[in-house]
Design a binder for this molecule. Structure first.
Ligand code: PNS
Length: 168
């Protein structure tokens, strides 16, 4: 069975991520979307909440599983007997860092390879960070997020703003 892992922060999952999940699920027998810790990013959603949001939007894809791990990605892949990592590439600016991660991951687990899927042109500009910024300014998120999670993102952003306001 060809098992692939699609790792990321997914804070929150965007239409760009969902596009990659769907395309990967058509290529591999099983795709594990795994929420992992990116030590360089501060989160809006807790990891368990991110998992729940991804499960909701990917519920129609029978060969997609969603998980959360605090492990090193290479160790997680080994444990899951996966030999492929899937990454979406939006622009050349993603390329350098993604290739560096791919090489490190294959050094840590030599059987592990990384497959890059070019982002759909519709979503090359899209990132979770941009979505969070737009949510803070009350922009309509229909073109950026799966409709099932728009309310959650708005609510979470408002709650965070209230908490920040109270702390000042
Ligand atoms: O969506 P992101 O933030 O670009 O995803 C980055 C992520 C979470 C895939 C990366 O930070 C990661 O793999 N974290 C797990 C820890 C790890 O294995 N780090 C070494 C990678 S070179």
């Amino acid at each position: 069975m060809r098992i692939a892992i699609y790792p990321g922060s997914f804070d929150p999952v965007t239409l760009g991520h969902l596009n990659i999940i769907k395309r990967a699920s058509a290529i591999f027998d099983k795709v594990i979307v795994c929420v992992l810790v990116n030590s360089g990013k501060k989160g809006l959603f807790e990891p368990e909440e991110r998992v729940e949001l991804i499960r909701r939007v990917a519920s129609g894809l029978a060969n997609v599983e969603v998980d959360y791990s605090t492990e090193l990605l290479a160790s997680y892949a080994k444990k899951k007997k996966a030999k492929v990592l899937v990454k979406g590439l939006r622009a050349m600016s993603d390329y350098e860092q993604e290739v560096q991660m791919a090489i490190i991951n294959s050094k840590l687990y030599p059987n592990l390879d990384t497959v890059f899927l070019p982002s759909s042109p519709k979503y090359t500009y899209l990132s979770s960070s941009v979505v969070k910024e737009m949510a803070r300014y009350g922009v309509d998120l229909t073109d950026f997020l799966p409709r099932e999670i728009i309310k959650d993102v708005k609510l979470k952003t408002e709650t965070e703003e209230k908490q920040e306001g109270a702390a000042e």
